[in-house]
Ligand binder design. Sequence first.
Ligand code: AMP
Length: 583
Amino acid sequence: MEPIIGIDLGTTNSEVAFIFNGEIEVITDNDNGIVPSCVGLNESGNVIVGTEAFNQALVSPEKTILSVKRLMGAEQQIKLGEELFTPQEISAFILKGLKERAEKRLQQTVSKAVITVPAYFTDAQRQATREAGEIAGLQVVRIINEPTAASLAYERVNPETRRILVYDLGGGTFDVSIVKVEQGVVEVLSSTGDNHLGGDDFDWKIVDHLAGEIQTQHKISVKDDPMIMARLKRAAEKAKIELSAAPFAMVEEDHLVKHGGKDIHFSYELSRTAFEDMIEPDLSRTMESITRAMKDAAVLPSAIEKIILVGGSTRIPMVSRMLEEKIGLQPHGEIDPDLCVAMGAGMQAAREMGLEDSGVLIDVTPYTFGTSALGEIDGRPTETRAVPLIRRNTKLPARKSEVFLTVYDDQEAVDVQVCQGEAPDALDNILLGNYLFELTKAPAGSPIVLHFDLDLNGILKIKAVEKNTGNEINAVIENAISRFSDQELVDTQNRINGIWSGKGSAVDGEDNASEKPDSDNALPAKYEEMITRARATLDAAAEDDRDEIINIIEDIRDAAAEERWEDADAACSELDDILFYIG
Ligand code: AMP
């Protein structure tokens, strides 16, 4: 039987699982199975992944790519050595590492996988994940949502559970889902979250705090030194993890910086209370998401029977405390929060192999998909009234059709727009696709039937049919990112394989590699990340907000170009606030 592996492709860490003798096992390789989602270049210019890449991040931050998952679906180029890569290609290196790990354990070639993604991943991000798999030589037989995978893993241990709340706070993403488990059927009733919130953000908050402290103690600004910032980031994460078990953590960084010919040793005690103050606004936002998820699922807190914790950041004691206050239940951590999703992916993979048929997976769409038509908004006529076809939280796979009528006699064509979002005006939603449908001559009022077909992987197929003639157009939403043609895929696979085995085009070069956009004035990653995040909201933002966002992006760029880091940070935080309110 051809093996299918389950992969949790995480922002910070990834894992691969497989069923051995009826038991799901997270595959280890002289470690605990947790593989940093890290890609880098070593001294000889070869690509390295996982722990090896993570370990060199400190000494060569400019040759290491972290958190690439946050860029999935974006049309961004990442420079590594002499070459530019797409986020899919960088993710493919991580997947190749996991594939090899599985092959070593299974002693056979593996070419199929189930991969998990955050419930809130857009169509473009799911497509990018699928492409990453293909480039790595893995046919992605199914993409499932992370909270769904966690529920699957949990259901195996607790078959009696009825309604569970899955709270997933990882390194870079947050999801909350309400899941119903009944007689082996796992149904996600609702899912919501923020795909730009996680432990990474908490680390950066500590880093900012520490940099401020260094400024106060030693009158030195360290914010524009990537090496020092990388050291502080690692120290911040270490302190954060310690604070999950102790009320205080010492940050000790010897020889952190040279100043006036002297080495500065930085030493600082961070208290859990101070850390909790920093992250309280973020955690409060996650609690608001819970309210929304419960509302969407029409479930009261009293109906929740279990809370499952997923993701490393749920080890922060304040998370459990706030959840207990909100729901009145103590969260469960029977299954390792780091491995829960991978185990669920492994279970689903086993099912795909026909080995585990104990349960049926029902998934829902976290987005509303619709089109735009003539109509009214608040009593005013408009050409861009949003018409939802598949509503948020509809079970997948979902198929919906709607009839539209031509407006003029002998209308020559109709512009079929496909939008994502729930705003009444289609202009405020995200435009996913725009297809011109040429019509045959017919009187006004001739029907056109629009079909939307959303599959379990979140891939949306569209068909518009002219009812009188049966003429039709078909499209698959490929979103902003370009899909590969077969030849492009083969070329990309060959290129990545060549680099992977160290035989292909050299990736080392005089020029230091760095995770930077393809631009002359590359910005530090945290600004780039924020700008990417802001750009993603532009289509859906109201005009005033859009202008303001664009202005602040310019402010960040200007401040960074002039190395006014405090101004850049202030602009960044202003942007963060706006995005939060818009969100
Ligand atoms: P994940 O994306 O689920 O792998 O979660 C990774 C995140 O969890 C990183 O930001 C880690 O720093 C964080 N993390 C791991 N262990 C702990 C801990 N004991 N306390 C707080 N955060 C943790």
